[in-house]
Design a protein around this ligand. Structure first.
Ligand code: 5GP
Ligand code: MN
Length: 343
């Protein structure tokens, strides 16, 4: 029913590991999102069903709206429990690296632990420019989410009957969050074949939408109002949202409260690109999020001006300096990309 997108030799190699190795660690990228967490937990569930010893480790915390996903409470965070996480990584037979293309995407300390590990390594990811740090590289940039590749791997291994409802929910969450609830990167027909197979596994997609998108606090809504009030719209069809540390304190900010803000300006007519700059006091940097519509390559802007990358329509990066300096940097980027910004 589905084409075999993943090279069968890679599927068979991974399946070979399953007969050989018992202990698996699954890791996602720093600032784990719905796809990093969903694809990791979806794969973890399958491996547990197969009787494997499995531990999911994230570099740092995921947003609260993912806390209902089965298995999310058992995730170890490298930044909080560094020793326990390091021990798990060192002892693992197999390391599964999901939703990131280079080791730098997990943060420096964790990257060196992963690098030193003698485990067999598999990458499952959909970002451009995959590194060569894994024994098996399952990297396909045409899919909108790593969760799709996890689904396809399970499907191509002939193990769909072993997929639980919980695993299907995790995978659906990855698909949904990385496509803005199927509003971008979501025109490939087979995506809906996959969703239909997930529905066969008992997921309630409407409930998942509400659990992810409709569980915010009053403080988040008020913060959203504030951020929109201070939005700047440039004549070059680019909108800028900012959030300082002081504003975060004023609105009792908790992790996840600004999730999705960057998408809001795209609902304005003619806006081609949206930028969200958020002070992160803990990391000592400005986190940059970019979104675009159509052919505008916001990942190129992220790479050239903010030391980042990502997908054509959803990218991000980092800026070391003040918020004002980050805004100036964006304005330089606007000048450079002006010819591509016409609506
Ligand atoms: P978000 O804006 O949701 O944090 O990130 C959107 C996408 O941009 C991510 O899925 C990832 O592909 C990319 N991205 C975000 N931050 C970074 C970064 O610091 N470096 C790189 N290379 N990509 C990033
Ligand atoms: Mn992803």
């Amino acid at each position: 029913m589905l084409t075999k997108l993943i090279e069968q030799s890679k599927v068979e190699q991974f399946q070979g590991w399953l007969t050989q190795y018992e202990s698996y660690v699954i890791v996602g990228h720093i600032g784990p999102d719905g796809d990093a967490v969903g694809s990791s937990l979806g794969l973890a569930d399958l491996l547990k069903t197969l009787g494997k010893k499995v531990q999911v480790i994230m570099p740092n915390e995921f947003p609260e709206f993912l806390g209902w996903l089965a298995g999310s409470q058992d995730i170890i965070f490298f930044n909080k429990n560094t020793k326990e996480a390091t021990d798990c990584i060192i002892k693992a037979d197999v390391l599964c690296m999901l939703d990131f293309n280079t080791l730098s995407r997990v943060g420096g300390d964790m990257a060196s632990v992963l690098e030193q590990s003698k485990a067999k390594k598999v990458m499952i990811d959909h970002h451009l420019f995959p590194g060569d740090h894994c024994d098996i590289t399952i990297s396909y940039t045409q899919v909108p989410a790593t969760a799709e590749l996890v689904f396809r791997l399970i499907y191509q291994m002939g193990m769909l009957d072993k997929m639980t409802k919980s695993s299907a929910e995790c995978i659906y969450t990855g698909l949904m969050t990385d496509t803005g609830s199927f509003t971008y990167n979501s025109n490939r027909k087979e995506l809906y074949t996959i969703i239909s197979l997930l529905l066969d596994h008992g997921i309630d997609k409407d409930l998942i939408y509400r659990q992810v998108n409709h569980t915010y606090s009053e403080a988040r809504l008020r913060l959203m109002g504030h951020v929109l009030t201070t939005m700047k719209v440039y004549p070059e069809n680019i909108a800028l949202l900012t959030l300082t540390d002081e504003e975060q304190n004023k609105f009792d900010f908790i992790k996840g409260d600004s999730e999705g803000f960057v998408n809001i300006p795209l609902s304005m007519k003619n806006i081609v690109c949206s930028c969200f700059l958020k002070e992160d006091k803990d990391l000592g940097l400005i986190k940059v999020s970019l979104r675009s519509v159509g052919t505008f390559p916001c990942n190129e802007m992220a790479a050239e001006f903010f030391n980042g990358g990502g997908h054509r329509n959803a990218s991000g990066g980092e800026f070391y300096g003040t918020l004002d300096e980050a805004i100036k940097r964006l304005e330089e980027a606007i000048l450079k990309f002006k010819p591509l910004l016409s609506a």
